[in-house]
Design a protein. Structure first.
Length: 459
């Protein structure tokens, strides 16, 4: 079950709560609907135009090899039969791929909790939690049975309407999305009758909370009884105190790193105490020093961005002659394409200065953006546990399971933790923030165990 704290947020008049146990078809249909809106038309048009140009061009270029009737028949087939068939085949392949979205995304196979409010979409799920600002989503799509929030075709959250309370709450969600998401669309489809389940779900959650509260009260009563007994008074007092300490999150026992004058008698809980479901592990607060983020960005640029840019250039250099030769072979103009390639071959060397110029521009843009980020950066609170990594910045927080992280680089004074298969985001953890070597060793061993690719850049 999700933490009961999030349930209480539904009492806010501006927030809407959903507790979702997904059906496979809901996730698959949601991803397919978003794909149809964002990517499918462009893909099918590209396939159709390519097949049309190659087919008709090939027939017209070799029209003298056919008698008029066969030539006309081939033109008709190349223009109006084969391109639609190829588009249909591509459509079926793409749909089959999107219909595996539920199987390929473990998060949706467990219950998820959403809280929609003017601040954003708060999400709690099996491998993490977070509050996503509405600017994170580029599209809100309403289908007959669900609302879909998408930042791209691979990052979609499906909100089934059945998990709401009534038609009026559906209208509230629609108005909220229209007012906060950049683009709101309606997907085509038959209207379906919705059996709202929120009242039943809320009843189950309330019963579960009441059982937990009742069990806690009974345990507290037993502890107090034991505390007042004549036998083992000192020992029972120690047990009671230990129980109280165990109930407090680890973060509440840490002083505020930004105020060294804090004493153990006047410790204040950190902001992450009530926001993160993680209640153990090691927590540190990071206020980045000037140049610290830029140093990490330089390593990331030369080890990731530059290699990715070079890969794109090399792929185009290889793809261009192959595509020319393929088109020339289909159109019966192979000799002409070879002559054209031989004429443009001397200009291939110009790709090197173009590549260097683009890399230099990207580098200076990153440097400028990083400098602005450092000037306005707020302190981050990181919490590292066996379950995942929690991050807090101001009022925003997120908790990610370790399987979200694919690569980690250790330098002399930093850990660089990359998110996603392609490393599209990076967490920078300076070693200086750890008060002793024990905490540093704990984090290093944790990262080595949890992250598949761990690279030591010091050697």
């Amino acid at each position: 079950m999700m933490p009961p704290l999030a349930v209480s947020q539904q009492s806010d008049g501006d927030s809407i709560f959903l507790w979702v146990h997904y059906k496979p078809e809901e996730v698959n249909d949601g991803y397919w609907s978003v794909y149809c809106e964002l990517a499918l038309p462009a893909s099918l048009i590209t396939i159709f135009c390519t097949a049309f140009a190659l087919g008709v061009g090939g027939v017209v270029a070799n029209i003298n090899s056919f008698d008029p009737v066969n030539g006309l028949l081939l033109v008709v087939l190349a223009a109006f039969v084969f391109p639609p068939l190829l588009c249909l085949y591509a459509y079926l392949l793409l749909r089959a791929r999107m219909m595996k979205s539920y199987e390929n995304r473990p998060n949706f196979q467990f219950p998820m909790m959403y809280t929609l409010s003017p601040l954003g979409c708060q999400i709690e799920y099996a491998s993490g939690a977070g509050l996503l600002d509405w600017s994170h989503f580029s599209l809100a799509l309403e289908s007959p049975g669900a609302f879909c929030l998408a930042s791209n075709i691979e990052d979609v959250f499906v909100l089934p309407k059945r998990c709401l309370g009534s038609e009026s709450e559906v209208n509230r969600v629609r108005d909220l999305l229209k007012g906060h998401v950049r683009e709101f669309r309606r997907a085509r489809g038959r209207n379906v009758e919705i059996a709202f389940e929120k009242a039943e779900i809320q009843m189950i959650i309330d019963e579960g909370i009441n059982k937990v509260v009742k069990a806690a009260e009974e345990a507290e009563g037993q502890i107090e009884e034991h505390h007042h007994s004549d036998l083992g008074g000192v020992n029972s007092s120690l047990v009671f105190r230990a129980s109280e300490d165990a109930a407090e999150p680890v973060l509440s026992d840490l002083p505020n790193p930004s105020n060294p004058s804090d004493s153990s008698e006047s410790q204040q809980p950190t902001p992450l105490q009530f926001a993160s479901p993680l209640k153990s592990g090691l927590a540190v607060e990071i206020a980045y020093l000037p140049g610290e983020i830029m140093k990490a960005e330089k390593i990331y640029f030369f080890r990731k961005r530059l290699i990715a840019l070079a890969t794109i250039y090399i792929a185009y250099i290889i793809w261009t002659p192959l595509s020319f030769l393929a088109i020339g072979s289909i159109w019966g103009m192979l000799d002409y394409c070879r002559d054209l390639l031989s004429q443009i071959r001397p200009y291939v060397a110009l790709t090197i200065p173009v590549f260097l110029l683009q890399a230099l521009i990207i580098y200076f843009l990153i440097k400028r953006r990083t400098k602005l980020s450092e000037d306005y950066a707020a302190p981050f609170v990181f919490q590292f546990t066996e379950e995942g990594c929690g991050v807090r910045a101001g009022e925003r927080y997120a908790v990610l399971a370790w399987w979200h992280f694919r690569e980690c680089w250790e330098t002399e004074d930093q850990f660089l933790v990359l998110v996603g298969q392609r490393g599209h985001a990076m967490y920078v953890i300076p070693k200086r923030v750890f008060p002793d070597q024990a905490g540093l060793r704990y984090l290093k061993q944790l990262l080595m165990r949890k992250i598949p690719k761990y690279r030591d850049l010091m050697g």
